[in-house]
Design a protein around this ligand. Structure first.
Ligand code: SF4
Length: 321
């Protein structure tokens, strides 16, 4: 990565049974253009510090919960944890896939913890969250892909008076029953990230399928029109402006009403290399373009992540009544 993030997970959380480091592999850059020597000012994130930040960490540790904020080394962790906000990572922190952009470990996952949904709800209460975002690793080895565990977690959170829940789900290998299981638990927003444009799928999401992910989103929009379908992508991986526009058109055509666009930042030198820093003006273009298509909510800015200020984004279209 161009600028190392100044913190890492405690080593005891990095070395659970079955956990592996991704194989080191040299990914060639696609672009002949050199990168600037330092990260642009618009990508400077808040340093993780302060009482609220430490309280958030302490609650998560006490309840033995994972967050994607820590497991994926999100640059916004200082901002989010200081607001007592986090995105829970359920079904463990070891993924059955090895996407080369992602910092989450891959390997043989641990058994599913049936108490985890209750602990996620407990942490949400202690953090005072009224909008809870939950995601997971891929659990392709489970017959239901972990969908029943998602549903349990949604139900546990809904027991908190006034709490809403957004889930960011895997593609469940296209298993429609798994998607129905999650939707039957009535999340307030259903998110599934496309991550990148069609041409770059093999490179960026080798175990994913562009059409399969679009179909999942379309099923959400068709089966549960009152649950917004949301998706997100990273830019700076070698895509062109026209390809991003095509993806936004595809998302709109498949019923997606909320989109996030953010700058890709490689977690390390062994991940997919950065091709370019996308300018704020280009992010603004994607926002305007998506809105002009009729996508109701487009959050597009360098540090946007699918869960960054998710409550505000959802609040603009979901909770207006
Ligand atoms: S943007 Fe999302 S993943 Fe990143 S720190 Fe905030 S809540 Fe966590």
């Amino acid at each position: 990565m161009s600028e190392p993030i100044a913190f890492s997970l405690p080593s005891d959380r990095r070395t659970q049974a079955g956990e592996k480091r991704k194989p080191l592999r040299a990914y060639e850059r696609l672009s002949p253009e050199p990168l600037p020597p330092r990260r642009p000012d618009w990508l400077r994130a808040r340093i993780p510090t302060g009482k609220a930040y430490l309280e958030t960490k302490s609650i998560l540790r006490t309840l033995d919960l994972h967050t994607v904020c820590e497991s994926a080394n999100c640059p916004n962790i200082g901002d989010c944890f200081s607001r007592h906000t986090a995105t829970f990572l359920i079904l463990g922190n070891i993924c059955t896939r090895a996407c080369p952009f992602c910092d989450i470990r891959n390997g043989k996952p641990l058994p599913v913890d049936p108490e985890e949904p209750r602990r996620v709800a407990d942490a949400s209460r202690r953090l005072g969250l009224k909008y809870v975002v939950v995601t997971s690793v891929n659990r392709d080895e489970l017959p239901d892909g972990g969908s029943a565990h998602f549903a349990e977690t949604i139900r546990a959170i809904h027991e908190i008076p006034g709490a809403r829940v957004e889930v960011l789900i895997p593609d469940f290998l296209g298993d429609e029953d798994a998607l129905r299981t999650v939707l039957d638990a009535r999340p307030d927003v259903l998110n599934h990230n496309m991550e990148t444009v069609k041409r770059l799928y093999k490179r960026v999401r080798p175990a994913g399928r562009y059409e399969r992910s679009l179909e999942l989103l379309q099923n959400v929009a068709r089966w549960t029109p009152d649950i917004p379908a949301k998706s997100g992508l990273m830019v700076g991986l070698g895509e062109t402006v026209e390809e991003v526009e095509e993806l936004l058109r595809d998302l709109h055509a498949h019923g997606v009403s909320m989109v996030t666009v953010g700058q890709y930042l490689p977690p390390s030198g062994s991940h997919l290399p950065l091709e370019r820093f996308v300018t704020p003006a280009e992010f603004e273009h994607y926002r305007e373009y998506g809105r002009s298509l009729g996508i109701r909510q487009v959050a597009s800015a360098p540090l946007v992540r699918s869960s960054f200020h998710a409550e505000e984004q959802a609040g603009q279209i979901v909770f207006v009544s």
